[in-house]
Design a protein around this ligand. Structure first.
Ligand code: LLP
Length: 417
């Protein structure tokens, strides 16, 4: 039997898709606070080893209200840009709770972090040299490439032979030379193998490879093992969630062994993004047109790829629910359709050849698991307005947490009128 996520999780609380679009417009990102908090706790308690920090990788979703909740749950954060650092500080994260995991940045960007007390992790010898020249005698972290990568798509595999990230093992002597030359203290090492694994084998292989390298650095305060913890995007087909139990056992054992071998209980950190926010988000949109072309049924919606890029960028699958006059449609003759948006490109497809329950013009579609890399990758392409974001709070009430763009927003920043 098909699973209906929003029904199973009582996702919309006291409200409904129809009421939400009436009050906040369409399309609309909707988040569920209870699910977000639960995911935070799962990551915070991922291992038995202490000290352990789960750093939220906020590139997945930088909504200020969500960041505050993540912080309340006791998580720290990693940032990928000065803008993310700025936003994390505004959300209440302390500088020492933030790691700036940067890639190919200027000395000015490094200074942005350093001046605010945020530790920088550099990921090439050239960046280490640049950092050392500008901030001699300070602390720094270094991103290593353990030679093992994972990910749901080539575009998001961030370690292994073929990526731009991290410093490979053979350059460790140069890392040490450069650090010594500028009197830098390497206090942390980090890695990120890639985004989305549903089974721990490769991740654990990467952890083992990483920790073998870490033993070569004598003054570490922390080792950060990265993110990538996956979520099941095909729940309607019965896909199971990532099983955290074996990760708990294996990772805790590996961490304890490392602490013994290293002779110090360093802090272990991870950097999950998707796992924390993907499943707390549903994207709602309206069906405005249904037509047949050459035997294909196109369901035309207001969910263009400016709103959700993942399907066109990575061929990603998102489960879709249909709501007809406020009722979740679970029965009726299913039909194979292609769901498209309102952007002027033929690639603007949310789902192709998807079997969905009967859909009428005016119905609402819910795109599941849209909380990670949804709004954060949305744009104003075609000068469309980015949607509003609403949070269903713990009492089940909706709260606007970011307003929809306005037409005036589209003209903001132009220097001549
Ligand atoms: N740490 C670093 C250094 C990263 O580059 C990333 C993600 C993460 C942590 C968090 O990874 P996660 O736990 O979310 O898998 N836009 C793509 C995903 C790009 C991930 C980029 N880096 C998508 O929509 O699937």
């Amino acid at each position: 039997m098909k699973q209906y996520y929003t029904q199973n999780t009582h996702f919309f609380g006291n409200t409904s898709p129809e009421a939400l679009l009436r009050d906040y417009g369409s399309p609309l990102y909707v988040y569920n606070e209870a699910i977000l908090r639960q995911r935070c706790r799962q990551m915070r308690d991922l291992v038995g080893y202490k000290p352990f920090w789960a750093d939220y990788s906020c590139k997945a979703n930088t909504n200020l209200s969500l960041l505050r909740i993540v912080h309340e749950e006791g998580l720290h954060a990693d940032a990928m840009s000065p803008g993310e650092i700025y936003t994390l500080l505004a959300a209440g994260f302390a500088p020492e709770e933030i790691l700036y995991v940067c890639n190919n940045v200027s000395a000015e960007e490094m200074a942005f972090a350093v001046e605010r007390g945020v530790l920088v992790s550099v990921d090439s010898l050239a960046q280490l040299e640049l950092y050392g020249a500008h901030f001699p005698g300070s602390s720094v972290a270094v991103r290593l490439n353990p030679g093992v990568g994972v990910g749901h798509h080539d575009k998001v595999i961030t370690a292994g032979k073929l990526t731009k990230f991290g410093i490979n093992e053979e350059y460790i002597p140069q890392i040490k030379e450069t650090a010594a030359h500028h009197n830098l203290r390497i206090v942390g090492l980090n890695q990120h193998l890639g985004s989305l694994f549903m089974e721990e084998t490769l991740f654990m292989r990467g952890v083992d490879a990483m920790l073998a390298l870490c033993l070569q650095f004598p003054n570490l305060d922390f080792v950060d093992l990265g993110g990538g913890f996956g979520i099941p995007y095909k729940k309607q087909d019965g896909q199971a969630p990532l099983d955290l139990a074996p990760i708990y056992d294996k990772l805790t054992a590996v961490m304890e062994r490392f602490a013994q071998d290293y002779g110090k209980r360093i802090t272990f950190r991870i950097e999950p993004g998707r796992f924390l926010v993907a499943e707390c988000g549903v994207l709602l949109g309206r069906v405005h047109s249904i037509k047949e072309n050459a035997g294909i049924t196109f369901v035309g919606t207001d969910i263009g790829f400016n709103v959700l890029q993942r399907p066109i960028m990575y061929d990603s699958h998102h489960d879709i629910e249909v709501y007809h006059q406020d009722h979740l449609v679970t029965g009726g003759p299913a039909k194979v359709v292609t769901v498209v948006g309102n952007i002027c490109e033929s690639g603007d497809k949310l789902a192709h050849d998807r079997e969905l329950p009967p859909i009428c013009q005016g119905d609402i579609l819910g795109v599941m698991d849209a909380g990670a890399y949804g709004y954060s990758m949305a744009s104003n392409y075609n000068h469309r307005l980015r949607p509003a974001e609403v949070l269903i709070d713990l009492e089940g009430h909706p709260r606007l947490i970011r307003r929809r763009d306005t037409l005036e927003d589209l003209l903001r920043g132009f220097t001549e009128r």
